[in-house]
Design a protein around this ligand. Structure first.
Ligand code: AMP
Length: 128
């Protein structure tokens, strides 16, 4: 259930289908709590998505509803993915889009890990 005013969780969303193994992904890491895979449309030389395995639309849902084990496992994977991609020394960015103004396309909570080049300022210019 969404606690944020966002629509309820949609089991047909693309990340739910990836988690069920219905469509393939280029897997980077997986454990009981989370899955990491390469973004299909990379915006940087490294662009990895980390998704928790639970049915969470937003960070607020995840923070309110996921077990401590799932939350800890998820964030540990985010850190490990960045480290294992060799980004600790050069630096990187994590980002999570939420809802319409956040630009969220896939309504399953996830974090992007970007790296491998200078990433510029934090937020792009407003859309026209
Ligand atoms: P967001 O705007 O944060 O919801 O971003 C969703 C991301 O999912 C985008 O960067 C897409 O390129 C990515 N994406 C969509 N479909 C797939 C897929 N089948 N495999 C990997 N990444 C995907």
């Amino acid at each position: 259930m969404s606690t944020t005013g966002l629509p309820p969780y949609d089991d047909a969303n693309i990340f739910a289908r990836i988690l069920r193994g219905e469509i393939p992904c280029k897997r980077v890491a997986e454990d009981d709590h989370a899955l990491a895979f390469h973004d299909i449309n990379p915006q940087a030389p490294v662009h990895i998505l980390v998704v928790p395995k639970g049915r969470w639309v937003s960070l607020a849902d995840f923070a309110a509803g996921a077990s401590d084990a799932e939350q800890g496992g998820f964030w540990r994977m985010v850190g490990a993915v960045a480290r294992d991609a060799g980004l600790e020394a050069s630096g990187y960015r994590i980002l999570s889009n939420m809802g319409a103004e956040g630009g969220q396309e896939v309504p399953h909570f996830h974090v992007h890990v970007f790296g491998g080049r200078r990433l510029g300022r934090m937020v792009a210019a407003p859309a026209p």
